[in-house]
Design a protein around this ligand. Structure first.
Ligand code: NAD
Length: 712
């Protein structure tokens, strides 16, 4: 044995050939601090071994190395000096692998991401099997590769392809990796070790010139000035178009490769170290790493909750084949749970099926799904006009019109048809789960299952626990949501549940700006371009539907009369009254047409001001942001304090996955902490006379005074 650590070992597997085997306890290999230290010691031991002729790098697990240990990041990044030392030291460990006096090869199975990809780049050769997924996803965390990836990848696959890979953070499957030259061969899984060894033996024998292959990675990039100019100006254009101004990491990815292009390895690595450290100090990196960690918390919790499920959902029933019912039926079927879709109108069933075919058709066009899967999905949706067809389903998702009386009778009827242990859920967006539960004989098997529109795209499902809902019901519905490929978050019942409860105060903040004469396109522009929402509040109202939004304001006002009282003269109520329902009938705040290419296009028709009044005042962007966002953040704090949601992590993920909260801001709580609790309070206090929704809670004041964080 040349080296034995906890997470990896090194030994000769045949004369002259040593194998570095990553095999950490637990399910995956990652480059945490311990592994990096062991890797460094193992490479020192190898470098001084005089019998060494070649090195194979391999994983003893179903996957290679998933990357750095992201759980260590936020603590590490809070100490600038420590971060500088860490990244300098860690990146030089990979040089040790590259500088071994003998040829090296990586045998790649499963994920080789981030540091895993950087480790294989430090080898002379790379062989992958069919399971390999290779990439540098660091930009998705607001960072760039920090272990030499920005230096080696451009020198291995060329700067154009490397810039695209690093700036997009895309993963590469084996065929793509081979086409790019990221790997030298792809073999069947059972031939991986043998295939890699065969190549290594050829290199040792001199049949492959490993020194010549290694040399470019040690030198400046081979490209003339004109080529470089073309490459970097194209990359800058691509990044600006894709990432815009809020995400510094993809821009830094281009800068690091450009600045390092004329340098040999050591200086190019210094530049990478410098820019990596700079990014660790940005709000975007903290927010994006925060999302990653929050997502892990949410997924871990769902896994635990769903394990307690005693009921396996093999067949589902969806009531209502409208926008939502059709989407839910499609999503269940495509993920392998057959579904009976019931409506009272034949046309609705036809439309629901047509919508499913349309989504499948798009998937087929993009090569995401094959003809067989399309047919299988469509045949596993059974349309019906009869309740009796629902007799053998394990779960019901009710998605009929948002009317408590209709929902009540639909739920009572269906309970008589399904088995005693079948679960019943409602996709209502506003009606209290406890109120709906009153229609059922057994409310313990009932809860909310709130999907977001469009169902096949939005990852969130809010699962709403009523006061009678049993733990078994929550467990089974959580498992079903996960099976559907969604991220479930369990919340307690209240008007609007979690996401809509915080969305409506945001709309109310927007309405108050309108009342003060600020124009809606100006507000949308600030909330989209400056804050980063995918849609500003006026546009979002149009997408949600102004009739729906108006209806919801009644529910919110009834639930929280002092904070969310209805504004009968407000723009939302007035537009709904004038039958400007938004995108659904082509007229809301905006009017909707199609452009020359058939894409939806929104325009402002001055007629709208006849309904919502003239808007001739203006406001600074910071005021617009504050007046829209403070009510949302305050309401989210109330939801946490009242136990509607369990943690800041779940709250942030709910907003990102349910509403498209800008990821570089990381959710309402991350945004609050980025602004700073004390600063946020100062700002909110300035607007306190606008109403209760601007007034911060005592809990927030206490946290700020104690210097506490909302994150555990
Ligand atoms: P929709 O009007 O598009 O569809 C409702 C469907 O229910 C219609 O096809 C109608 O024929 C059918 N229906 C009416 N009575 C029925 C009955 N007794 N039995 C069976 N079907 C019946 O509405 P939608 O937008 O799909 O909304 C459905 C539910 O989902 C509502 O509770 C809504 O609040 C909720 N929701 C909607 C959205 C959204 O963005 N549209 C988002 C989340 C939740």
């Amino acid at each position: 044995m040349i080296y034995q650590g906890t997470n990896l070992s090194v030994d000769f597997i045949e004369p002259g050939i040593a194998e570095i085997l990553f095999n950490a306890p637990g399910s995956v290999n990652k480059f945490d601090e311990k592994t990096l230290n062991e890797f460094s010691d193992a490479l020192d031991a190898l470098a001084s071994n005089s019998d060494l002729k070649g090195v194979l790098v391999r994983s003893g697990k179903p996957t290679f190395i998933v990357g750095a240990d992201i759980t260590e990041f936020l603590t590490l990044f809070s100490d600038l000096e420590k971060t500088k030392v860490w990244v300098h030291k860690a990146s030089r460990v990979f040089d040790k692998l590259e500088d071994l006096p003998v040829p090296s090869i990586a045998a790649v199975n499963g994920f080789a991401l981030g540091g895993g990809c950087e480790a294989i780049l430090a080898c002379d050769y790379r062989v992958a099997d069919e399971t390999a997924v290779i990439g540098l996803p660091e930009v998705k965390l607001g960072l760039i590769p920090g272990f030499g990836g920005t230096v080696r990848l451009p020198r291995v696959i060329g700067p154009d392809n490397a810039l695209e890979a690093i700036a997009s953070g895309a993963n590469h499957k084996p065929e793509k990796a081979l086409a790019l030259g990221l790997v030298d061969a792809v073999v069947k899984s059972d031939r991986l070790k043998e295939g890699a060894l065969a190549m290594l033996r050829d290199a040792i024998a001199g049949d492959l010139n490993w020194k010549e292959k290694r040399q470019p990675k040690l030198e400046p990039l081979k490209a003339n000035d004109t080529e470089k100019l073309m490459t970097f100006s194209t990359a800058k254009g691509f990044v600006w178009a894709k990432a815009g101004k809020h995400y510094p990491a993809p821009h830094a990815a281009v800068e690091v490769v450009e600045r390092g292009a004329g340098e040999a390895r050591e200086q190019a690595l210094n530049i990478e170290n410098e820019l990596f450290v700079k990014l660790t100090q940005t709000d975007a990196a903290r927010a994006q790493v925060g999302i990653f960690l929050a997502d892990q918390v949410v997924k871990g919790k769902s896994k635990k909750v769903s394990k307690a499920a005693t009921k396996d959902i093999k067949r589902a029933g969806v009531l209502g084949a409208g926008i939502m019912g059709g989407g839910i039926a499609y999503q269940s079927a495509v993920k392998g749970v057959p579904v009976v879709m019931k409506d009272i109108r034949r046309e609705a069933l036809d439309l629901g099926l047509a919508e499913a075919s349309k989504i499948l058709g798009k998937g087929l066009e993009r090569g995401k799904i094959d003809q067989k899967a399309v047919a299988k999905t469509l045949t596993s949706i059974t349309p019906t006009l009869n309740n009796s067809e629902l007799a053998d389903v394990d779960i019901i998702v009710e998605a009929v019109v948002e009317n408590p009386k209709i929902k009540g009778s639909v739920l009572a009827e269906v309970e008589k048809v399904v088995a005693k242990d079948a679960i019943i859920t409602s996709n209502t967006s506003t009606i209290s789960i406890d109120t709906l539960a009153e229609n059922l004989q057994d409310p313990s098997r009932f809860c909310g299952m709130h999907f977001f529109n469009p169902v096949h795209k939005m990852p969130l499902v809010e699962i709403i626990r009523g006061k009678h809902t049993s733990d078994e019901t929550i467990a089974a519905v959580t498992a079903y949501a996960m099976r559907m490929g969604k991220t479930p978050i369990v919340v307690n019942d209240c008007p609007g549940f979690l996401v809509n409860r915080v969305l409506f105060p945001y709309f109310a903040g927007f309405s108050k700006l309108l009342d003060d004469g600020i124009d809606f396109p100006a507000i949308d522009k600030v909330m989209e371009k400056e804050f980063g929402w995918p849609m500003g509040p006026a546009y979002l109202c149009d997408v949600v539907g102004l009739d729906t939004a108006d209806h919801a304001t009644h529910v919110m006002a009834a639930g929280f009369p002092s904070r969310m009282a209805r504004d009968e003269n407000g723009a939302i109520a007035q537009l709904a009254k004038n039958e400007r329902y938004g995108q659904k009938n082509g007229k809301g705040f905006y009017e909707y047409t199609v452009d020359k290419k058939g894409r939806p296009k929104k325009v402002v028709n001055p007629d709208v001001y006849g309904i919502i009044g003239k808007k001739e005042a203006s406001a600074e962007k910071d005021e617009i942001i504050a007046r829209c966002m403070i009510p949302m953040v305050n309401e989210m704090i109330r939801c946490l304090e009242e136990g509607i949601v369990d943690s800041a992590e779940e709250a942030d993920i709910a907003l990102i996955y349910g509403l498209g909260f800008p990821p570089f801001r990381g959710g309402a709580f991350r945004y609050l902490e980025t602004v700073g609790l004390k600063k946020f309070i100062e700002l909110a206090d300035k607007f306190a006379d606008l109403g209760e929704m601007y007034q911060v809670t005592d809990g927030l004041r206490k946290k700020a005074a104690n210097g506490e964080s909302y994150f555990k």
